[in-house]
Design a binder for this molecule. Structure first.
Ligand SMILES: Nc1ncnc2[nH]cnc12
Length: 371
């Protein structure tokens, strides 16, 4: 009898311990989601603004700007080192210094090359369009992400998320229908149209890359931890940077950087500040994006990117004195309506689940496969 009670107590204690661990893991994931969302939001707004600052004051190397999108990848070594030291002191046997295995390494390399190509398309667009216009066209990125998330990872949609995607796409179309009235001075219609097509192509390609990343996490034979996510980011950015370095070499960008810095309208020192600032902002963007996919889903990453476009819009108008006409206003309202619809749907779904007595889901849409 006593023995039975002891066993029962033991299994209760084990059960409690498991629950505590699960709770801690969930809180950790919430913190990570918040942190990565903040990084992504900062990169989404700051990246295009700093990149445009490079172009409007005399910078004109497209390959250099695409290179800057991922070139700050060595920064990832800082959190990776902390993470490794933490794991070394808390685990035995000691974890390996590098945990990424060959299949995941190859997948990250391929995604990295696609990202490099995407960076080039994006830089071409940003060079030719005002920030406020390019940001709204980028809203179509969400529609592409949604379609590919459905096709690649079978993402489950609700009426609200579909509504959000439709509204954001309509917002981009409203903008597309207007003439090039805010074309930067001295730019031909042809250049403007090229910029438009390039940025749309970048939106489509990146809309494919995000769910592809989610698919890689899902199919991975390795357990995906946040530390592994950072290793993936490192490999991806390395290959994207390599791709753009080859573009820079072919285009002689390395030879003209010094001259471009000397002629920069804001001065040589500010040129380098802009270049380094741009690289850091974009690193936030990419780490935030793949971190949010890890904690939640590629669609949520797309939603955050789209949600912060109006901020970029407004900042573009304030900082660079770009025009803000009726069409942009309408597009902005449609975008806001789209975001509100998405979050309303998420909250409603959450409440319904809680009412039904399954309070498990604490993150939007899907949890990562390895959680
Ligand atoms: N390379 C890129 N950088 C930032 N935002 C993007 N959206 C689509 N492609 C992008």
């Amino acid at each position: 009898m006593m023995m039975g009670k002891k066993l029962l107590d033991l299994s209760n204690m084990e059960e409690e311990e498991k629950k505590k661990k699960k709770k801690k893991k969930r809180s950790m994931k919430k913190i990570l989601l918040l942190l990565n969302s903040v990084l992504l939001a900062m990169g989404t707004s700051g990246g295009p603004l700093v990149m445009r600052l490079y172009f409007i004051h005399g910078g004109n190397r497209i390959w250099l700007s695409s290179f800057l999108e991922t070139a700050a990848f060595p920064l990832i070594l800082i959190p990776l080192t902390f993470s490794h030291l933490h794991r070394t002191s808390h685990h035995s046997p000691k974890p390996k210094l590098v945990s990424i295995k060959l299949p995941l390494f190859l997948a990250s390399a391929v995604i990295g090359i696609l990202t490099g190509l995407d960076d080039y398309l994006y830089a071409c667009g940003i060079a030719r369009l005002p920030v406020s216009t390019s940001s709204l066209i980028q809203a179509s990125h969400l529609a592409f992400t949604a379609v590919f998330a459905f096709l690649l990872v079978k993402h489950r949609f609700t009426a609200y998320s579909v509504n959000a995607v439709v509204l954001l796409t309509v917002a981009a179309v409203v903008l597309a229908l207007r003439s090039g009235g805010d074309r930067p001075s001295g730019e031909s219609t042809r250049q403007y149209v090229i910029g438009f097509v390039m940025i749309l192509a970048a939106a489509a390609l990146y809309g494919f890359v995000l769910p592809l990343m989610e698919l890689v996490y899902k199919r991975s034979k390795q357990r995906v931890t946040y530390s592994l996510v950072m290793e993936i980011q490192f490999v991806m950015c390395f290959f994207a940077t390599l791709f753009c370095t080859i573009g820079m070499l072919i285009n002689n960008d390395f030879k003209v950087i010094w001259r471009e810095a000397k002629d920069y309208k804001l001065g040589e020192t500010k040129y380098y500040v802009v270049v380094v600032g741009s690289a850091i902002m974009w690193q936030f963007f990419f780490l935030g994006a793949i971190g949010v996919i890890f904690c939640s889903s590629s669609l949520f990453s797309g939603i955050i990117i789209a949600a912060f476009l109006p901020v970029t819009e407004v900042l573009g108008v304030i900082v660079y004195k770009e025009n803000f006409e009726a069409e942009k206003g309408v597009a902005l309202l449609l975008s806001l309506w789209g975001f509100v619809s998405y979050f309303y749907g998420e909250i409603k779904q959450e409440r319904e689940k809680n009412k039904k007595g399954c309070p498990e889901r604490e993150l939007p849409q899907s949890l990562p496969p390895n959680s």
